[in-house]
Ligand binder design. Structure first.
Ligand code: C5P
Length: 423
């Protein structure tokens, strides 16, 4: 666990999700990290300083003008003594203040004064989350290099349904681990692209950030059963490795695979499509995003917390709900869309025709199409033959090892990043 031995400054904002922050403190401690908390005035309406202090084992800070706190630990020191600053729940109000650079209480002052990376876990009503003002603030924060985890979709405390539930403590802790992981020229210098460009690094992708999804997703039915897609992750992992070799800062978001993490790549492990989307959103901004994962189209509605029992009666009926389309979500971002968004299409017939259709439906720039029909040996194998489909052309590569396909594709994407669609 990368958080082991590290210090997290946790800012608890004023939302009903604050109760989950107590579990987050425990999860970080369980992983060996230390947590120091700032509890906002509104946050203290939902959880008490006593419970926060008991779980973190540290003083709970809340007042910018407290003489005693300020003498023991000044607000600048508070914001810098951590390895990572996490705001969870990050309310619409807190996000708006951060986007504006306001500093009118201890939490916002610490957020503005810190020289460390910031991760936020937004939590709010779905209408507030979808409001253009919040979308604007989110885009500004991402551009400033703030990482974001969640929110999740689901039922809200207010009775409405949609996106706005704070990510689960385990997912937030995973994002913390990913951000604190030692990686290529990474964290001490911050996440924003201009800082990254200052990193001396070799290769045509130096200064560029690349995001790759790979592997299948796994959607639980009950604690022992799941729905999934066939995917070895070999092509996606090879793409991530190839981009890193050309000097890019690479984040790989991978579903469960039997492959080692590629060297020089920050790998975030997820299981479900919802977790994959959250990890992808956390990893943005990126210059190039390649969606190679075989994401399950559906998940089971109302996953059972207990193993479903086999009985003599009829087998259970599974009811399915649509998973978010990660590629389409990112390709259609109004702000913070990666410059080049690439999707994959695995088809068993009419490969090019379906790829063209997918290009239109998903809003991406390129589709890499391959025939995975029986007898091709592509699925799980070490070789692939692909067609690179853009709105006005199709270029086919011959059957080659997946590592060589990856190298050729990454070189082509690099050219497109530099020269635009004509490359
Ligand atoms: O719609 P289909 O699954 O065939 O589209 C394949 C492409 O879309 C791949 O790039 C895959 O990674 C991406 N995808 C996604 N999220 C989904 C389904 C597919 O990112 N829920």
């Amino acid at each position: 666990m990368s958080v082991a031995g590290k210090r997290v400054l946790l800012i608890i904002g004023g939302g009903i999700a604050a109760y989950k922050s107590l579990e987050l403190i425990r999860e970080i401690s369980r992983r060996g990290g230390a947590v120091r908390c700032i509890l906002t005035k509104a946050g203290a309406e939902f959880v008490t300083p006593l419970s926060v202090g008991s779980l973190s084992g540290d003083t709970v800070y809340s007042d910018l003008f407290s003489l005693t706190d300020e003498a023991a630990m000044g607000h600048i020191e508070l914001s810098r003594s951590a390895d990572l600053v996490v705001a969870a729940p990050a309310t619409a109000d807190l996000m708006a203040k951060m986007a504006q650079g306001l500093a009118n209480d201890l939490a916002t002052t610490a957020l503005l004064a810190t020289d460390k990376r910031i991760l936020i876990a937004p939590a709010m009503n779905v209408r507030m989350w979808e409001h253009p003002a919040t979308r604007r603030n989110l885009a500004t924060l991402r551009t400033d290099g703030v990482s974001v985890v969640g929110p999740d979709e689901g039922e809200m405390a207010c009775g409405e349904y949609g996106f706005g539930r704070m990510a689960e403590p385990k997912s937030i802790a995973d994002a913390i681990d990913a951000l604190l992981a030692p990686g290529p020229a990474l964290l001490a210098l911050g996440n924003n692209t201009s800082t990254r460009q200052g990193i001396a690094s070799m290769g045509p992708l130096a200064g560029k950030s690349v995001l790759v999804t790979s592997g299948p997703t796994l959607e639980p039915i009950d604690p022992v059963r799941f729905l999934s897609n066939r995917s070895s992750g070999k092509q996606g992992h090879a793409l991530a490795a190839s981009a890193a070799q050309l000097g890019a800062t690479v984040t790989l978001v991978s579903g469960p695979v039997a492959l080692p993490d590629p060297p020089g790549v920050t790998t975030i492990h997820v299981e479900t499509a919802q977790e994959m989307l959250a990890a992808v959103e956390t990893a943005l901004p990126a210059d190039l995003a390649i969606f190679c994962a075989a994401v399950a189209d559906w998940r089971v509605a109302g996953e059972s917390s207990q193993k479903l029992k086999k009985s003599a009666a009829a087998p259970p009926t599974l009811s399915l709900v649509q998973n978010p389309d990660i590629l389409a979500t990112i390709a259609r971002l109004k702000a913070g869309r990666p410059q080049l968004v690439v999707g994959f299409a695995a088809e068993t017939e009419n490969v090019i025709e379906y790829a063209r259709d997918k290009l239109r439906r998903k809003g991406c720039d390129l589709i890499i199409a391959n025939d995975v029909g029986s007898g091709t040996g592509v699925m799980g194998g070490d070789e692939n033959a692909v067609h690179i489909v853009s709105p006005d052309s199709v270029v086919s590569l011959p059957r080659l090892p997946k590592t060589e396909i990856a190298n050729r594709l990454i070189r082509l994407f690099t050219d497109r990043l530099v020269k635009g669609p004509s490359a």
